[in-house]
Design a protein around this ligand. Structure first.
Ligand SMILES: [Zn+2]
Length: 154
């Protein structure tokens, strides 16, 4: 199966979004499980007082502490899960790399516009077309099609 570039990017983006959501959902579930497994918060000061005076406050504090523990555990799970999903998504092949797409393959010379020539680093030894001076590999030379001049003549 051959997909166009746009379709493939779209697919990858969809898969990455799915991974983030899946990670968030799993994180949420794990957070919930952790909160459920967690021992109940220690009885607060209100709970240690004679029941008839403090039963309301004790229940309130316990419920609040439990709810808070759930919210924290689930929130953490959500964030961590989403981040893990995001990271896994980044490892997918074919991800977009900003700035890479428009650049040519490494090691391939870019044929710049050469109406009047351009400065290049000599890749072959030779002689200057104008003055006959020797050109060594690595020299800065003025290059035109079939003519190469030394830096002095360029
Ligand atoms: Zn020359």
């Amino acid at each position: 199966m051959r997909l166009s570039d746009a379709k493939r990017r779209e697919l990858c983006r969809g898969v990455r979004e799915l991974l983030v959501r899946l990670g968030a959902a799993i994180g949420l579930a794990v957070g919930l499980l952790v909160a459920l497994e967690r021992p109940q918060p220690a009885a607060s000061a209100a709970c240690k007082q004679p029941a008839e005076q403090s039963i309301g406050a004790c229940v309130n504090e316990t419920v609040l502490a439990t709810a808070l523990a759930f919210v924290i555990a689930m929130g953490l799970g959500l964030v961590v899960g989403a981040l893990v999903g995001l990271l896994i998504g980044q490892l997918l092949p074919g991800r977009e790399r900003p700035g890479r797409r428009t650049q040519p393959a490494a090691g391939r010379a870019v044929p710049a516009a050469i109406p009047g020539g351009r400065w290049i680093t000599a890749r072959y030894a030779g002689v200057c077309h104008s003055c006959g001076a020797p050109i060594a590999v690595g020299d800065h030379v003025w290059h035109r099609p079939r003519r190469t001049s030394c830096a002095a003549c360029g």
